[in-house]
Design a protein around this ligand. Structure first.
Ligand code: GLU
Length: 484
């Protein structure tokens, strides 16, 4: 049997970390087994439809490399792949009628007023009406008359009031519920659209889906889906309901946290590969403790039996670390292409940006870190003379003043402002003085950068600054130290 999985997003907005995780796991299950990964757009809830959301889905799948084998843009013989288009083929109505014939569903003509008078229950924060099966008892004639009169209707699932229903989830095992707890959920809405609850069952079956991965918010509805499968006499797919993703405070990852969606993360300077790698580990782990995986490696290693049901904590600090690892490993040209806008945002003078990019590549976790590392090139920051004092380098403000006064004429006379040339010049002075390297380099670096930490050594910085600016900064250092 060929493994077939589907990512079935509703186009209701951004692609959240949880959605991306479902898509990734579905993709990995299929690819690991040499199967097919399909995209199905679930747009039957017209009220929640958001303009542009479908484009975000395509964009995200493309950027993350989760290439679908079939979908609205790639026919694989199971189309249409958009539920609103499937509806027009009459497929949902046909199956709903089949259930009516079997006594597993019924027409309901109750109006808003009547429904409003019924008991409600809060299920997962949402208030739902517990339908009292009123319309189940309509006679054939009454139903026909209502339909003929064009009275609006929905079609409801007819759940038994006795007995139990059991379904199986790969993570949660067998789950059994009392049928009396199952509400007669709507299968076809009054606008003729199927509900998600009905469409997902019909589609997963008719599209030959073998494995369904989704958030565990669907777990409580799954017995009702199971009843639909049983009513049709269909075999249900393997279900994997994924644990909730929480923030550091163990609260559901909130949209307002700012890093809940894929595109938010890209905007914050994370790279796609690192995001995918990190998300793979939100609920899944390999046998060893390895953490860095390319998509190819994930495909090879991914075994869905190793998905864990404990809540997954989205740890931005960990993601930052991982992103840094990806940046370090990136080839320079690609890195430069991504870094350039961040460099240009702070460095408007005529600097060799490639040299600066090279300095920061191994020192950042996300691209916006660049600004804070390189801004001193643009403008010497105000700094405290205390910075010249360094115990290990055996420097203080007196020794530093001496060094800067000594090297200033050397630097004035120097023509070759390459890193090598400058390094030779300064180390010659170091040797003559019989001091340690740092005794000279520390004050020089402090003077040219105004920073305790810099992405490169003194002479590399001077090379980028050039002669004129270097001399200006050394003189400024001397002045500061004299005034101290
Ligand atoms: N359309 C549903 C959603 O976006 C899909 C759930 C499922 O994968 O079955 O949440």
């Amino acid at each position: 049997m060929k493994i077939r999985t589907r990512y079935a997003p509703s186009p209701t907005g951004k692609m959240h970390v949880g959605n991306l995780r479902s898509a990734l796991y579905e993709f990995l299950i299929a690819k690991h087994a040499g199967g097919d990964f399909m995209l199905r757009i679930e747009d039957t809830d017209q009220e929640r439809f958001v303009e542009g959301a479908t484009e975000i889905i395509y964009r995200t799948l493309e950027k993350t490399g989760l290439v679908h084998d079939e979908g609205p843009d790639k026919d694989g013989g199971y189309g249409p792949y958009v539920q609103s288009e499937r509806m027009k083929t009459g497929i949902y109505m046909k199956y709903a009628k089949e259930l009516i014939d079997k006594g597993e569903a019924y027409y309901c003509f109750c109006d808003k007023e009547r429904l409003a008078s019924l008991k409600t229950e809060v299920v997962e924060g949402k208030e739902i009406t517990v339908y009292d099966k009123h319309c189940l008892h309509l006679s054939k004639e009454e139903i026909e008359a209502n339909l003929a009169a064009g009275k609006p209707f929905v079609i409801r699932q007819n759940n038994p009031t006795e007995g139990t229903t059991t379904f199986h989830d790969e993570l949660y095992g067998d789950i059994t519920v009392e049928n009396a707890e199952l509400d007669d959920m709507i299968l076809i809405k009054s606008d003729g659209y199927p509900t998600y609850n009905f469409a997902n069952v019909v589609d997963d079956h008719t599209m030959n889906i073998t494995h369904v991965v989704r958030g565990n918010e669907y777990l409580s509805s799954s017995p009702k889906y199971q009843r639909l499968y049983d009513a049709f006499g269909w075999e249900s797919p393997v279900y994997v309901h994924l644990p909730l993703i929480t923030d550091e405070n163990h609260k559901k990852l909130a949209k307002r946290s700012g890093h809940a969606s894929f595109e938010d993360l890209l905007e914050q300077g994370f790279v796609s590969e690192a995001i995918v790698n990190y998300i793979a580990l939100l609920g899944w782990s390999p046998e060893d403790n390895r953490e860095i995986f390319s998509l190819e490696e994930l495909i090879r290693e991914f075994d869905y039996h190793r998905i864990s049901k404990s809540p997954a904590v989205f740890d931005i600090v960990k993601l930052r670390w991982m992103n840094g690892e990806y940046i370090k490993a990136m080839d320079f040209d690609k890195f430069y292409e991504m870094a350039e806008p961040y460099l240009k945002a702070v460095l408007t003078k005529n600097f060799d940006l490639k040299k600066i990019a090279n300095m920061v590549k191994t020192r950042i976790e996300v691209f916006p870190d660049i600004a804070g590392l390189v801004d001193f090139f643009q403008e010497l920051p105000e700094y405290d003379v205390e910075m010249y004092t360094h115990k290990k380098m055996k420097t203080d403000s007196v020794s530093s003043l001496q060094v800067l006064q000594d090297v200033l004429p050397l630097l004035e006379a120097q023509e070759d402002y390459s890193n090598d040339g400058l390094y030779q010049l300064l180390t010659k002075y170091v040797e003559e003085k019989g001091v340690k390297n740092g005794y000279v380099m520390w004050p020089v670096r402090t003077a040219v950068s105004g920073k305790q930490m810099t992405p490169a050594g003194a002479t590399e910085i001077m090379e980028v600054l050039g002669k004129e600016e270097t001399l200006k900064r050394i003189r400024k250092g001397i002045e500061k130290l004299q005034n101290a």
